[in-house]
Structure formats: C-alpha cells, structure tokens
Design a protein around this ligand. Structure first.
Ligand SMILES: NC(=O)C1=CN([C@@H]2O[C@H](COP(=O)(O)OP(=O)(O)OC[C@H]3O[C@@H](n4cnc5c(N)ncnc54)[C@H](O)[C@@H]3O)[C@@H](O)[C@H]2O)C=CC1
Ligand SMILES: O=C(O)[C@@H]1CCC=N1
Length: 272
C-alpha cells in the first residue's frame, strides 16, 4: 500500500487531525506513517489507529507520496530542518506537500528548510478533534491548485477552513488557535461562580458548558450580532445588567482583547 500521509509529531494536535482523517476515511490506516520520539506515544498511536510508526523522521520523508504534516513544537523546528538537510527529498519521484501547523514559523523559514517543495502553513485548533475546528491556511510559492485542494480536504475533515494572507497568521494563532483555552477558562469560571452561589458542582458544570455551547450555536445559526443577543438577554433593571456591570468593572472585554494581542505577539516571537 502506498504511504500517502506522514505525520511528524504525534502529540495533541497531530493526533486530533489523524483521528479524524482516519475516521472519515480521508486516509486509510495503511496509508499513514507517524514519526514520534516518545515510545509510549508511538505504541499508543499504533495500537489506536493501526498506522505505521517510526522514531526516524527521515523515513517519513522518504516514504510519503502525498503529504508530510508537521506537528512538532516550534522550538523543535530547527533540529528537524537540520535532519532534513541530509535527505535528498527533491530527487524523489513525487515531491510531497509539506503542511506545517507550527505556531509562528513563517513560510520563509519552512521554504528555506524544504527547498523548492510546496509548503502550506496552517493554524487549526483543538475542536478539530470533534470536527468543530477552524483552520486558517496560507500557501507558499511552490504550491499549485492540487496542493491547495489537498489542504482544503484535510482541514475540512476537521471543521471550517478560511484562507488568509500570511501576515495575518499570528493574529489567527492568538484568536482561534489559542482561543479554545480562553473559552475553557470561561466555562470553568462560570461553573465556579455557580458553585459560589450555592449550586452543586455537577449541575454548575453542566449549566456553564451548555450555556456556552448553546450561545455559540445560537449566534452561529442565526448570524445575530453578539451585541444584539446581549441586549435580548438584558432586562431593564434585571439580573443580567447587574452581572455585566461587574464584568465591565473587572475589565472582562479588555482582558480578552489583551489576551489575543499577547498570544499574537508570542506567535510573532516564536517565528524569530
Ligand atoms: N495544541 C494546540 O491547541 C495547537 C497547537 N498547534 C501547533 O501544533 C504543534 C504541536 O503542538 P501540540 O500538539 O500541542 O504539542 P505536543 O507536545 O502535544 O506534540 C508535539 C509532539 O512532537 C513530538 N516531538 C518532539 N520532538 C520531535 C522530533 N524531533 N521529531 C518528531 N516528533 C517530535 C513530541 O514528543 C510530541 O508528541 C505546535 O507547533 C503548535 O504550535 C497549532 C494549533 C493548535
Ligand atoms: O499555545 C500554543 O503555542 C499553541 C499554538 C496555538 C495553540 N496552542
């Protein structure tokens, strides 16, 4: 069987993508190879997804025919680039498409490491695990329509896809890449508020989670502006405006704006 898809880095995001691609049949298990230094992860991925595994990244580059998917930490990128310098990828019969989801690492660095190979930089997020992710992609200089279609197919298997210019990728990282963590904090804090107000923990968790999920669904399906929904919930002299006044006092909106800006700046730093 031809190996079409190679994953370098079988951690949180690598597995999130892999699990969906196999479940949806985008790639068969027998068409996939994963490279990962941790033997515990390798054993788990092999057992869970029945894919070929290796600790040698060069095996992925020499075997894969279609896509090499880079999902290591940005801090590991220069070591991998050095490893690759010794492999003659260009003389392969088929040059694979390289897809990188590394925060901050720009196309210029990727293309310097994968000389003349087609590269697509992408930023997915963890809801990809359940098919509810959103991924922004931007294409490098050596890509064509076929590469573009492959990337679209991979990321639409795990949620929505948007295309942005590369200059916006760090901002995407600060908003939707990191955003699931902000929303998780919100759910946790809402539940804590409920517990503080006397609710049992399990009920508070359920109320908090379904409130966030339901609100997102309502906004998504009706396309209502968030300010309009806020106004609809807020009765004059009622409970919600009392809560909102406290949020404003504590700088809730400003805190979120600053969080996205700080994460964007960190993404920019990671690419230097
Ligand atoms: N976690 C997230 O929500 C998101 C992460 N990303 C990006 O995805 C990348 C991976 O992040 P996570 O999956 O969260 O990290 P992770 O730490 O869970 O996974 C990285 C994996 O790479 C492996 N690894 C380390 N050195 C390696 C090497 N030399 N060769 C091959 N594999 C190696 C590690 O053992 C680990 O299993 C990062 O670049 C991050 O910026 C992008 C979007 C969202
Ligand atoms: O925290 C990080 O650096 C990665 C990138 C986006 C989400 N997690």
């Amino acid at each position: 069987m031809t190996i079409k898809f190679g994953l370098i880095g079988g951690g949180v995001m690598g597995e999130a993508l892999l699990s969906r691609l196999i479940a949806l049949g985008t790639y068969q298990s027998s068409e996939v190879i994963v490279s990962e230094p941790l033997s515990s992860r390798l054993d788990f991925l092999k057992q869970q997804y029945d894919v070929a595994v290796t600790t040698d990244n060069s095996e992925v580059f020499t075997q894969v025919k279609e896509v090499v998917f880079l999902a290591v930490k940005p801090q590991v990128f220069s070591a991998i680039a050095q490893e690759l310098a010794s492999i003659d990828i260009l003389n392969k019969e088929h040059s694979p498409l390289i897809i990188s989801i590394l925060a901050g690492v720009p196309l210029s660095q990727l293309e310097a490491a994968f000389v003349q190979l087609p590269v697509i930089r992408a930023m997915p997020n963890t809801p990809a695990t359940v098919g509810a992710g959103i991924t922004a992609i931007c294409s490098g200089a050596y890509t064509n329509a076929k590469h573009h279609q492959i990337a679209q197919q991979i990321f639409s298997a795990v949620g929505e896809v948007v295309e942005v210019s590369e200059g916006l990728m760090d901002a995407v990282t600060g908003l939707s890449g990191s955003g699931p963590a902000y929303v998780a904090l919100l759910v946790e804090a809402l539940a804590d508020g409920g517990v503080s107000a006397g609710l049992p923990r399990a009920i508070a968790n359920q109320l908090a989670l379904q409130t966030v999920l339901g609100t997102a669904k309502l906004l998504h399906e009706t396309k209502m502006h968030p300010a309009e929904l806020k106004d609809r919930v807020t009765s004059p002299g009622g409970t919600t405006i009392a809560g909102i006044a406290k949020l404003e006092q504590a700088g809730f909106r400003s805190a979120l704006i600053e969080a996205v800006k700080a994460a964007t700046e960190r993404s920019q730093e990671l690419g230097k």
